[in-house]
Design a protein around this ligand. Sequence first.
Ligand code: WQD
Length: 338
Amino acid sequence: MKVLVTGGLGFIGSHTVVELQNEGFEVVIIDNLSNSSEDVLKGITTITGKTPLFEKLDLREKASVQDFFKKHNDVAGVIHFAASKAVGESVEQPLLYYENNISSLIYLLQELQQKPEASFIFSSSCTVYGQAEKMPITEDAPVQVAMSPYGNTKQIGEEIITDTAKVTNINAILLRYFNPVGAHKSVEIGELPLGVPQNLVPFITQTGVGLRQELSVFGDDYPTPDGTAVRDYIHVVDLAKAHVIALQRLLSKKNLSKVETFNLGTGKGSSVLEVIHSFEKVSDKKLPYKMMPRREGDITEAYANTDKANNILGWKAELSLDEAMASAWKWEQKVRSK
Ligand code: WQD
């Protein structure tokens, strides 16, 4: 069974390709290498012994997308990761985000709707909830006005897929990730942020290897137990496995409706300070950090109610925050030793 993974050389995409290959799927990757490199293909091959097909292609080019589906007309399912994902950058360059994240999705769906049937897994985000009223967050928590164009592209993407699935043979699952962290235990693939990391964990590990002087903790005056913001940090391998299970659900027609939505998190909230302490424990290093004002647009807390994913999708996160931090640290040390 051939599966297309767009953005398959990215952080979550590459880990998902490994798990798809472990389950016996033939994988073809589309990636424009704007935020990844072909070296990732080697990492995947080292882990699984199988090199996925790879097409360097920009999904904003409609003709290229059409040509791809003519060539690979046996694609049974698509897992769509390819998108720009930096919250701050999206505020600075909204049109880049709307063009990239929305038109790519439209061109993909236009090809899939011509097939007798198609299974579509969409990479969404807990960011659609904004600051949810109630913790832990369930899938029926209201989608709030997006805090950034990036978040808005996820909300719009979900709506486009929902409207399209209603009137075509496309069946879809929307996966709302919480905070993906960590790296594959083989240390062959992991997160490769370009430039100064926006996200907490890569900034911590880069500080640990001395690439950054110290971590700025954005806010210690939140209404949380230790004053720092709380998130649900989910190991990227657990996240990757959920994508394979979701795809298999659609391919085996177990879905209960044309579009299903699942939160993917651990169900546990961790504060910034708890993440720092986890890093210090697994690395046996003291992390230099300083308290700074809150970051514009940040919410106080978000962690998932995982009942639906556990009981309906049949998936549960298994790896702990310490395991995620240990794998992220090992990966950072390897990348910096090159
Ligand atoms: C986590 C916490 C920061 C950096 C975003 C997107 C989400 C997904 C993941 C793409 C916050 C604090 C961070 C630092 C800090 N993105 N922090 N110092 O903002 O929860 O989620 O990234 O898929 O959609 O919204 O993740 O890692 O940026 O921040 O104190 O140097 O760490 O303030 O409280 P976030 P994050």
